[in-house]
Design a protein around this ligand. Structure first.
Ligand code: SF4
Length: 493
């Protein structure tokens, strides 16, 4: 068998022969090679070219930069080529040229000074980001955290945010910035699963039904202002018959699927059917208590203590009279329904209160303390309708004596207002900065915005960890307070 194995030397001979054939095939031959891979790694030079250079030192040789200088290739490609070659000295000019040329084309007819000012700003910003990310690891501690760490400066000094914005900013400020301020959409995924009755669709339909159960007694013309509704007497909550409830659920499912732009004719029926157990639980809870309600999906606002009269707006799921008995005291209790998993659980109510304090840090359950800050509110109730929970643990009442909840909320909203006023939107890259084994942020696991985020970049995660251990600027400290609460709050770090 051995005589049949090809000799490696023969392969080299063949390559040399082919190379000699190519360079001898014409009077003038140009040989070119890639100096860098697509990811910027330097390719080793071919031994054939090395030998040619040694054998014929008089041959003309040009670098890629020489070639590109006289080339008609697009300016962006030229700047990219300079960057890939790692030519640090040439990159600023190449980048400025590319941006100047393209913005001149795009702003044809606009004020020339305005256009050139904007393009200079873009180039300066990109170069600053490049310098920040290109700094060698040993020198990174000196470099301030840049825009990808959330310093985006979209200031809103007149902010009166919605509670959903507060929740989003606590969950992950960078995710909120990408989705709602830059309005970035994730690219369509051709391999994605078929649409299904997911938590978002289920929650939207359940809330529509809960609203209709109460609002059917009020009519479409009734005011949706919480203050206005509280002037009238509350009305007993009466659920419709099973057949009518089924009809409402299917109509709501069709409406939600259409509004959300989800494909699949079969989806509304499937969605409606999947909601039967959740709605049965909501009905059973009402029938056990017999509540009277001022309305559902009403617009109100929480007045936060402190300077400047800060206010957080909300739309509350339902407002009930504190005492179910007709004719008795009718102070309002604001109710928040959750159709997904129970994030606040525990046999004893004090355990549930402690859990709520923890979940506020990531934006879950923030409606409860906001409702407690509503003028005239007697309390707030959190109701979980999802599976796997005994009925006696589905509802938890909170009132203004729950100081731990109120304090945690005030601390978090202080950080949120600071973020709105200064333009801070940091990414919540790590879950628990105090733990040596801290994992990635909890919201990251299913985040569609990962592509536009530093998540997964271990060098940048390392920078964030360094800043958590030793905040070096006011920006670092403010950003960490927003993400993880005050450094003194040991239970949450
Ligand atoms: S991947 Fe994580 S840190 Fe990045 S935007 Fe999403 S949730 Fe935020």
């Amino acid at each position: 068998m051995l005589p049949d194995l090809p000799l490696k030397r023969r392969g080299h001979d063949e390559e040399r022969h082919l190379f000699a054939s190519v360079v001898g095939a014409a009077e003038r031959v140009t040989l070119s090679r890639s100096a860098f891979s697509a990811t910027g790694r330097e390719w080793p030079e071919s031994p054939l070219l090395l030998r040619l250079r040694l054998a014929r030192p008089e041959l003309d040789e040009e670098s890629a930069a020489d070639v590109l200088a006289g080339s008609p290739i697009p300016v962006e490609a030229a700047a990219t080529a300079v960057a890939v070659q790692g030519d640090r000295a040439a990159l600023p000019d190449a980048l400025r040229d590319a941006i100047r040329v393209r913005s001149r084309e795009r702003s044809a007819g606009l004020d020339a000074d305005e256009g050139s000012g904007a393009s200079a700003d873009i180039a300066t910003g990109l170069l600053e980001i490049w310098r920040e990310f290109d700094t060698p690891p040993g020198a990174r501690a000196e470099v301030p955290l840049g825009p990808y760490f959330g310093w985006v400066a979209t200031e809103r000094r007149d902010a009166e945010p919605f509670i959903t914005e507060v929740a989003d900013l606590l969950r992950c400020p960078w995710q909120r910035f990408l989705r709602r301020e830059l309005r970035i959409l994730p690219p369509p995924d051709a391999g994605a699963a078929l649409p299904s009755p997911d938590a978002r669709l289920r929650g939207a339909v359940v809330h529509q039904i809960l609203e209709r159960v109460v609002e059917a007694s009020y009519g479409a013309e009734a005011s949706r202002d919480l203050g206005q509704r509280l002037r009238d007497a509350p009305i007993p909550v009466v659920w419709p018959s099973d057949a009518v409830l089924e009809e409402w659920t299917l109509a709501a499912a069709r409406e939600v699927v259409r509004r959300e732009g989800v494909a699949g004719e079969w989806l509304p029926a499937l969605l409606a059917r999947s909601l039967a157990p959740i709605l049965a639980r909501a009905r059973a809870l009402d029938e056990a208590r017999g509540p009277r309600a001022y309305g559902a999906e009403l617009d109100g606002g929480a007045e936060l203590p402190g300077a400047g009269g800060r206010r957080v707006r909300f739309r509350v799921d339902r407002v009930e009279a504190a005492d179910a008995a007709e004719g008795s005291s009718a102070a309002p209790v604001l109710v928040e329904y959750k159709s997904g998993r129970a994030f606040v659980d525990g046999v004893h109510p004090t355990t549930r209160t402690r859990r709520l304090v923890q979940t506020l840090a990531r934006g879950e359950g923030v409606q409860v303390p906001a409702y407690l800050h509503t003028p005239g509110a007697a309390g707030a109730r959190l109701v979980f309708l999802g599976p796997g929970l005994p009925d006696e643990r589905r509802e938890t009442e909170f009132d203004a004596t729950d100081e731990a909840v109120l304090d945690a909320f005030r601390e978090r909203t202080d950080a949120v207002f600071h973020a709105l006023e200064t333009g801070l939107r940091p990414p919540r890259l790590i879950s628990d900065p105090g733990a040596a084994s801290a994992g990635i942020g909890e919201a990251c696991a299913f985040c569609e915005m990962q592509m536009a985020c530093l998540q997964g970049d271990s060098a940048q995660l390392g920078r964030l960890r360094e800043r958590v251990d030793a905040p070096s600027t006011a920006l670092d400290a403010a950003s960490l307070a927003l993400l993880f609460g005050s450094p003194s709050n040991g239970s949450e770090r």
